[in-house]
Design a protein around this ligand. Structure first.
Ligand code: PMT
Length: 353
């Protein structure tokens, strides 16, 4: 209906042009609210070329995604925290370098009141350890991570299979001597970098995508780094197909208002849409002044380099870091837009300790 504005304006202009001046004057005085609307329409009309270019953009799968999948409730809070963090960066005289590190896996809810969801393996080791390294190098870090995944400095004491939380204490509640040195050091670093690190969370792929877009817009094409280590789901259930309540295992209780999920044999049938690749938007519009580093994960060694090169060609960004699921903690390969070389970084057992 946006395209109707110029036609309405044209019609009103023709009509008003024909009125005698006195009548026009009276009309304006008596109908002030309508006059304001008219002025508004007029200014909208003069901006139609810009508006229509926005309309064109909204026809891509990426822009349709944001029209069709609602903004998460937590987004306003995330935007506020990011704005405050950015304001502090702007106030600083050091011309702060900023990096956005994404980390952990996104979940894909199967119900709006979510009981079941699809998830992935990512623990957040890459993101959390990389965030530490950026802090050491003087960057301010926005750490957008999956809730309860590994965090910078804390990661050394989270999710260990050998040591549980209470093992860090002796029977008097003191820190067990075995862990004291490392705990004290990590506490020191965590306090030292507290003001340089903004912790933001997501859970679902929808939370992640809204957050990524909002942060990119807030960074406002500042010269910064996007370090996209999160494992983003490639398939999801769009909002209009998402059942409101828990999917029932027996067909008689199925929510008929949405698509049926159980087939005649009582099997659960999931119909997942592809998640649009937002890397293109980041590179071309949201962050086209920034350095974009994406990751490529594969399980088949024969595909890794091919797919990493393909990503560089498709999205035209600066760097792809490739890794294989089994060896991701000990080696990565770096491919850049500038050279055709593959640079492998391999860690020794000693370095991994
Ligand atoms: O957390 P860890 O256990 O330490 O594991 C680290 C890691 C293996 C998750 C990490 O090193 C890694 O490889 N992350 C990226 C995995 C991934 O999602 O790859 P992909 O091929 O699906 O996506 C490639 C890039 O496109 C990613 O940078 C992603 O941010 C981006 N993407 C993905 C999907 C999507 N819809 N839009 C995107 O922009």
């Amino acid at each position: 209906h946006i395209y109707l504005y110029p036609i309405i304006i044209q019609f009103l202009n023709n009509f008003l042009n024909k009125l005698p001046l006195q009548t026009l004057n009276n009309l304006i005085i008596k109908n002030q609210p309508y006059v304001y609307t008219y002025i508004l329409l007029l200014s909208m009309s003069s901006n139609m070329s810009r508006v229509s270019s926005v309309c064109d953009v909204e026809d891509t799968p990426e822009d349709r995604y944001f029209l069709n999948n609602p903004k998460p409730e937590s987004l306003d809070d995330l935007i506020l925290k990011t704005s405050n963090f950015m304001n502090n960066c702007n106030k600083s005289e050091n011309n702060d370098k900023i990096v956005l590190v994404t980390s952990g896996g996104t979940s894909v809810p199967l119900e709006n009141n979510t009981v079941r969801f699809i998830d992935n393996f990512s623990a957040g080791t890459r993101g959390a350890s990389s965030a530490e390294q950026f802090l050491f190098k003087g960057y301010k870090v926005i750490f957008l991570h999956r809730e309860f995944s590994l965090q910078p400095f804390n990661r050394h004491f989270m999710r260990s299979t050998n040591v549980s939380f209470l093992d860090y204490f002796d029977s008097n509640g003191e820190i067990a001597p075995k862990y004291k040195k490392e705990l004290v050091e990590m506490k020191r670093l965590s306090d030292l970098y507290k003001d340089q690190l903004l912790m933001l969370t997501f859970t679902s792929v929808n939370d992640y995508l809204w957050a990524l877009r909002s942060i990119a817009i807030l960074l406002n094409n500042r010269n910064c780094i996007f370090y996209l280590a999160a494992a983003v789901s490639d398939f999801y259930v769009p909002y209009d197909k998402l059942p409101e309540h828990k999917i029932q295992s027996r067909s008689e209780f199925q929510d008929e208002s949405k698509k049926k999920h159980l087939n005649e044999s009582g099997k659960l049938v999931l119909d997942l849409d592809p998640v649009p690749k937002f890397l293109r938007n980041l590179v071309q519009t949201w962050a086209n002044n920034s350095m974009i580093i994406s990751f490529k994960l594969e399980t088949d060694p024969n595909l890794l380099i091919v797919k990493a090169k393909q990503a560089l060609e498709n999205y035209n960004h600066q760097l792809v870091i490739g890794n294989l699921l089994d060896t991701r903690n000990r080696e990565v390969v770096i491919l850049s837009e500038k050279t055709d070389d593959e640079t492998w970084i391999r860690m020794t057992d000693e370095e991994l300790k």
